[in-house]
Design a protein around this ligand. Structure first.
Ligand code: ZN
Length: 149
C-alpha cells in the first residue's frame, strides 16, 4: 500500500513537472465496475521519448470478474490483438511478447493500480493508435484514441 502511494505521489509530481515544461509524458486513467475508462483519448507529445500510464481500477470487483488492463496497439491491430488476448485466457488475457503490443499493463482488479512506462520514440505523430482493455469483451466498451502530436 505504501509503495502504491509513493508511486502515485511520484506520478503526481512528474505530471506537474512535465506540465511546467509544457510537456505531459504521463497520464492516469481509471477503469470502473461498469466496464468503462474515464478517458476517451490520451494525448502525448512526439517529444516524449517514453510515456507512463498509471491505471487505477476504481471499482470493487475482483480481477477474474472485472479485470482491467491498458493495452496500446496500432488501431489496425486492435481487434486482432483483442481476439488473441481472449484466446490466451486468464489471468493476464494478453499474448506474451506480441510485437503488435506497444505498451501494456498487467490485469488488475478493483482497488488496485498499476503503472507501465513504454518507449514512444518509434510512434508517428498523426499515427492511428488505440488503447483498450483486453479482458474478454471489454475492448468493445473500454477503448480510446492514443494521439501523438
Ligand atoms: Zn476490463
Amino acid at each position: 500500500m505504501r509503495k502504491k502511494l509513493a508511486a502515485t505521489a511520484f506520478l503526481a509530481w512528474a505530471a506537474l513537472y512535465g506540465a511546467a515544461w509544457g510537456q505531459e509524458c504521463s497520464q492516469t486513467i481509471e477503469g470502473n465496475d461498469l466496464i468503462q475508462y474515464n478517458l476517451a483519448e490520451i494525448r502525448v507529445s512526439a517529444d516524449c521519448g517514453e510515456f507512463t500510464v498509471n491505471l487505477r481500477h476504481v471499482g470493487q470487483l475482483p480481477a477474474n470478474v472485472m479485470g482491467h488492463n491498458w493495452v496500446l496497439t496500432r488501431t489496425e491491430d486492435y481487434m486482432a490483438v483483442a481476439a488473441a488476448a481472449q484466446a490466451v485466457g486468464p489471468p493476464q488475457y494478453l499474448p506474451n511478447g506480441d510485437p503488435r503490443i506497444i505498451g501494456a499493463t498487467s490485469m488488475i482488479g478493483g482497488g488496485d493500480e498499476v503503472t507501465v512506462t513504454f518507449d514512444t520514440s518509434e510512434l508517428e505523430a498523426g499515427g492511428d493508435y488505440t488503447y483498450f482493455c483486453s479482458f474478454p469483451g471489454h475492448y468493445v466498451l473500454m477503448n480510446g484514441k492514443f494521439i501523438v502530436e
